[in-house]
Design a protein around this ligand. Structure first.
Ligand SMILES: C[S@@+](CC[C@H](N)C(=O)[O-])C[C@H]1O[C@@H](n2cnc3c(N)ncnc32)[C@H](O)[C@@H]1O
Length: 234
């Protein structure tokens, strides 16, 4: 077993997913309005939050993640979701045929990836024309100096953190792939600092540093983006 943040926190992340499952499923259903025939793919699926939320409303979901430990935890908790299949894979370099899926999503993944544009490109490539891409992630403040401070805190909490993207970058990444934005929404998430640090198994010197760098507000802004792959104009 590897000793990265994900393997150390797989059980905790699975618990959080299960506690939030009902509310998240309803939020995903109403935002995405999935179709029963949809074949969906969830990139950076972790323990399966987005896959399980989509599962009752689509034909099937392929849940892809880099971490074998998170996949194992997702499989253990999600055995009732028989149309969800977990596989190991890199969201930046997906091994799927172009135009296979109706819906591709990633939830809370882009800020963990060195090259987030490659994940969005993977999703755009994986879907058919008429298919849709869903991105859910914490949004960086528009002020770049505040964004740098917030990233410093997030990296002290969890070295896997790369960079929160501001709304403008999210839109640019999505639209750069020929996708047309059809719906957005923003929600505020209250985070108790101790709980949030525990969730990343942040302890010792790293915890003290994170506590010092913690933003004054315990509210995180989460953006939801839904975009469609349209046929190129003739
Ligand atoms: C914060 S977790 C989110 C998990 C899940 N999507 C959720 O909403 O609970 C970030 C996930 O991204 C995964 N991840 C990071 N980089 C990845 C990559 N290049 N390919 C696939 N998964 C990746 C991690 O393994 C982890 O499961």
């Amino acid at each position: 077993m590897s000793d990265d943040r994900w393997s150390r926190t797989a059980v905790k992340l699975g618990e959080v997913e299960e506690n939030r499952r009902e509310a998240f499923t309803e939020a995903v259903r109403s935002f995405v309005q999935p179709n029963r025939e949809d074949h969906a793919i969830d990139l950076g699926a972790g323990t399966g939050a987005l896959s399980f939320a989509l599962s009752p409303y689509v034909a099937d979901v392929l849940a892809v993640d880099l971490s074998p430990e998170l996949i194992a935890e997702g499989r253990r908790r999600g055995s009732a979701f028989t149309n969800v299949t977990f596989v190991e894979g890199d969201a930046r370099d997906l091994d799927v045929r172009r135009g296979t899926y109706d819906l591709a999503g990633c939830s809370r993944v882009l800020h963990h990836v060195d090259r987030p544009e490659m994940v969005v490109a993977s999703m755009a490539r994986a879907i058919k024309f008429g298919g849709r891409v869903l991105v859910i992630d914490q949004i960086a403040p528009a002020d770049p100096l505040l964004a740098v401070e917030l990233d410093r805190f997030e990296r002290a909490r969890s070295p896997e953190h790369r960079r929160l993207l501001p709304d403008i970058d999210m839109r640019a990444l999505i639209e750069a792939n020929g996708l047309v934005m059809t719906r957005t929404k923003f929600t505020e998430e209250q985070r108790n600092l101790a709980w949030y640090l525990d969730l990343a198994d942040c302890s010792g010197d790293a915890r003290r540093e994170a506590e010092e760098l913690a933003p004054p507000s315990s509210t995180a802004l989460v953006g939801w983006y839904l975009a469609e792959k349209r046929l190129p104009a003739a």
